[in-house]
Design a protein around this ligand. Structure first.
Ligand SMILES: NC(=O)c1ccc[n+]([C@@H]2O[C@H](COP(=O)([O-])OP(=O)(O)OC[C@H]3O[C@@H](n4cnc5c(N)ncnc54)[C@H](OP(=O)(O)O)[C@@H]3O)[C@@H](O)[C@H]2O)c1
Length: 305
């Protein structure tokens, strides 16, 4: 099969190569999926599990990409719940070969059925941002109607989902980002916009929940904006930033079939819109990832046009 591999962490996306690789086999509880569309997160080549397995051993050459939409072509021993020929979408294991390939082996529990009226491109764009936003807001942040949410990077891939889901849940949403994205953030449903490039964070009052995608200095400053009893949720890695009188939670998203179903249903009925910037074929993927112009949304690869 055709697949994109990486071998050199220092090279970043410039070190990606399109090569021939053996087709994967379905292990216990796996399915093999013929990938129709795959999602790639712009900085995933900086994530340790792209390079090492669970025991910290080198696993290169590895195939990046953790989101997919496609069709099941084989089921492994013990697999239940999915069948050959079924349309699926979901999020794959961080430490296994990923989805920038014609086929991928993935645990069936990481996938959900993809309804026939949702195309593969849209399906592949939902798992990472949709599940991350869902888990950050509802499982970790326990957001309630009437609460206020500061959604960082609200025009970005995760932030745009956070903004839409928080708004739908009845929260008051303040979205942050670059000045150029002011209107995009309001279009995703934020009631207010904060221009981080002009340091407007000082004007934000205490909020019930901060959803941080940046960490660092912005994460630290945001902790001080959490009201007593509120929560700082971050996806930017382990954090020292803590609200004076509240919770700080950093987490890594996990796949969840029921939540994937909730997310795709919202896309079908128009409550949620996806945020895709680039669509390229597998043959053109390396060039697409290495373009220098500004990305505004998710990169999706049409593996099977
Ligand atoms: N822990 C987890 O489970 C998890 C899950 C998903 C993602 N992540 C991580 O979360 C991060 C965000 O991912 P994403 O896909 O949402 O990225 P993204 O699409 O690039 O979103 C970030 C947004 O914030 C903007 N931004 C960046 N720096 C800014 C600054 N200094 N001031 C104002 N705006 C700024 C970006 O604009 P520009 O594009 O112009 O920079 C973009 O609109 C990534 O590091 C990703 O790896 C973690």
């Amino acid at each position: 099969m055709k697949a994109i591999i990486v071998t050199d962490q220092a090279a970043g996306t410039a070190g990606m190569e399109l090569v021939e690789r053996p087709k994967p086999q379905a292990a216990i509880n796996d399915v093999v999926v013929q990938v129709h569309a795959a999602g790639f997160t712009w900085d995933e080549l900086t994530w340790p599990p792209t390079w090492v397995d669970r025991l910290d051993r080198d696993r290169t050459p590895s195939i990046p990409g953790h989101e997919l939409a496609g069709v099941v072509t084989a089921v492994g021993y013990g697999t239940t719940g999915l069948s050959v020929g079924q349309r699926v979408f979901g999020l794959t294991d961080w430490t296994r070969d990923g989805t920038l390939a014609e086929y991928v082996a993935v645990e069936a529990r990481n996938l959900a059925p993809l309804p026939g009226d949702v195309d593969f491109t849209v399906g592949a764009s939902l798992p990472m941002p949709g599940l991350t936003a869902w888990q950050g807001l509802f499982e970790h942040g326990r957001v309630q109607a009437g609460q206020s949410v500061l959604a960082h990077g609200a025009a970005g891939v995760v932030g745009s989902m956070v903004t839409q889901l928080a708004r739908e849940a009845g929260a008051y949403v303040i979205g942050t980002g670059r000045a150029v994205d002011h209107q995009a953030v309001l279009d995703f449903g934020a009631q207010e916009f904060v221009d981080l490039e002009n340091d407007a964070l000082d004007d934000v009052g205490p909020v019930d929940l901060v959803f941080d995608v940046f960490g660092g200095y912005i994460g630290k400053r945001s902790a001080a904006l959490v009201r007593a009893g509120g929560t700082l949720v971050t996806i930017a890695g382990p954090t020292e930033a803590r609200p004076a009188d509240g919770l700080a939670i950093d987490f890594v998203v996990e796949s969840d079939r029921a939540q994937l179903g909730e997310i795709v249903q919202r896309v079908r009925d128009g409550r949620l819109r996806t945020n895709i910037s680039t669509v390229a074929t597998l043959d053109d993927a390396v060039a697409a990832f290495n373009r220098t112009e500004r990305r505004k949304g998710k990169s999706i690869i049409h593996v099977r046009p």
